[in-house]
Design a protein around this ligand. Structure first.
Ligand code: MN
Length: 382
C-alpha cells in the first residue's frame, strides 16, 4: 500500500488510465483528475476514485459533467486553465502529468510553483522548455520523476549516481527495416499498429517515425543533464530492456521488465522505495533472446533531427516539437502522407530563426510561429 494522495492530469488518456489502475492496486488516494472533454470516462472515474476535484478544459463538457455527477460531492473546475489550476491546489502530495503535447507545459509549471513533486510522462514539456522547467524545479526543491519508460529505467539504473553514458533503447516501431521509399505508402492505420506498447495515437505515430525516440534523447539530456554525444540510441525489438546506463568503470546497468507503463507509474509513486505491485513477471525460460541493432537514421531522419535540435539549443527543440504536433495531426486526419511528416518537421525546424537562452514567452512565441509555418507547409502540399 502506498499512503499518498495524488492528482492525475490527463486521467482519461492512455497513461492516465494506467495510473489510476496502479492507484487501485496500491490503495493510493486521488485528490484530483483532469481531462479535456471525455465526460463519460470522467464520470466513471469520479464514481470509482472519489476525487475532491475534477478539472475539465472544455466548458460544454464541464457543464454536462456537472449535471451527471450532481449526486456526488466532487467540485468541477472548468476552462482552458483548469488543469493548471488543479495542479496548484493544496491537498495532494504529487501531481502526475499525463497530458499529451505542449498543453502539458503550463500545468507542469503550476505544479512546480506550488512546490508539488511531479511524475512526468508529458515529454513535450521537457523537450520544449526543459532548461526552464528543470531550473525552476531545482529552485523550488521539487522532484521531477520520469514516467516515460526509458527515463524511468535510466532513473532506476542511476539511483542518484552520475553515468558516463545513457543508452536509450528503441523498439524500432512498426516499420523497422523499411527504407524511406517503402515508407511512402504507410497509412494511419499501419502507423497505429505498434508492436509492443499500448499508447495514445499521437505518441504511436511518433514511435513509427522515431520522432518519439528523438524527443526522448532531448528529454534524457534535460532530465539527467547529459550532452548529446553521451546519449546513444540502440534498437531493441523485444522491449524488455527499457534503457541502460554506462558507469565510468565500464559497468553497464540495465532495467528489464515486461513492457508495461504501470511499472513506471508504480515506481514514481513509491520512489525511493519499491511497492509490491501485481504486474506480470519476466519468464527467462520463454525469453529466448534479446537483440540489438543500430537505428537507421537515414530513413528515419527525425532521430538525427532531434540531435541537431539538441545541439542547436535555444528554441530549436520547441520548433521541432510544434511542427511535429501539427504534422502528425494532419497525417492522422488523412491530409498528408507518412513521409510528409519527415519533410515538414525538417523544413520548419531548419528554417526557423533560433533564439538562445529563451524566456518562457520566447518559447510560447516560437511554438506559435512554428505551428503557423507547419500549417502553411501542409497547405501548399495539399
Ligand atoms: Mn518512451
Amino acid at each position: 500500500l502506498i499512503d499518498k494522495t495524488i492528482t492525475v492530469l490527463g486521467s482519461t488518456g492512455s497513461v492516465g488510465t494506467q495510473t489510476l489502475d496502479v492507484v487501485s492496486m496500491t490503495g493510493t488516494k486521488v485528490f484530483g483528475i483532469s481531462a479535456n472533454s471525455s465526460v463519460g470516462t470522467l464520470e466513471e472515474q469520479i464514481r470509482r476514485f472519489c476525487p475532491v476535484y475534477c478539472a475539465v478544459s472544455d466548458e460544454n463538457a464541464a457543464r454536462e459533467l456537472k449535471t451527471r455527477v450532481a449526486d456526488t460531492s466532487v467540485k468541477i473546475i472548468a476552462g482552458s486553465d483548469a488543469s493548471s489550476e488543479l495542479a496548484s491546489l493544496d491537498g495532494c502530495d504529487m501531481v502526475f502529468n499525463s497530458l499529451s503535447g505542449f498543453a502539458g507545459m503550463k500545468p507542469t509549471l503550476a505544479a512546480i510553483d506550488a512546490k508539488k513533486d511531479i511524475a512526468l510522462s508529458n515529454k513535450e514539456t521537457i523537450v520544449t522548455a526543459g532548461e526552464i522547467v528543470m531550473t525552476r524545479a531545482a529552485e523550488k526543491g521539487v522532484k521531477i520523476i520520469p514516467v516515460d519508460s526509458e527515463h524511468s529505467a535510466i532513473f532506476q539504473c542511476l539511483n542518484g549516481k552520475r553515468a558516463d553514458k545513457l543508452i536509450l533503447t528503441a523498439s524500432g516501431g512498426p516499420f523497422f527495416g523499411q527504407k524511406r521509399d517503402e515508407l511512402k505508402k504507410v497509412t494511419a492505420a499501419d502507423a497505429l499498429r505498434h508492436p509492443t506498447w499500448k499508447m495514445g495515437k499521437k505518441i504511436t505515430v511518433d514511435c513509427a517515425t522515431l520522432m518519439n525516440k528523438g524527443m526522448e534523447v532531448i528529454e534524457a539530456a534535460r532530465l539527467f543533464d547529459m550532452p548529446a554525444d553521451k546519449i546513444e540510441v540502440v534498437v531493441h525489438r523485444e522491449s524488455i530492456i527499457h534503457s541502460m546506463v554506462e558507469f565510468p568503470d565500464s559497468a553497464v546497468i540495465a532495467q528489464l521488465s515486461q513492457p508495461d507503463m504501470r511499472l513506471c507509474v508504480a515506481y514514481a509513486l513509491s520512489y525511493p522505495e519499491r511497492a509490491e505491485v501485481p504486474l506480470k513477471r519476466l519468464d527467462f525460460s520463454t525469453l529466448s533472446k534479446l537483440t540489438f541493432a543500430k537505428p537507421d537514421t537515414e530513413s528515419f531522419s527525425l532521430l538525427s533531427l532531434a540531435y541537431y535540435a539538441l545541439e542547436k539549443g535555444g528554441v530549436c527543440p520547441t520548433v521541432m516539437n510544434a511542427a511535429n504536433e501539427i504534422a502528425v495531426d494532419a497525417f492522422l486526419h488523412g491530409k498528408i502522407g507518412f513521409t510528409d511528416i519527415f519533410d515538414i518537421v525538417e523544413t520548419v525546424t531548419k528554417s526557423a530563426q533560433n533564439k538562445m537562452s529563451p524566456t518562457l514567452d520566447d518559447i510560447f512565441e516560437a511554438d506559435k510561429t512554428a505551428r503557423k509555418t507547419a500549417k502553411e507547409a501542409i497547405f501548399t502540399l495539399v
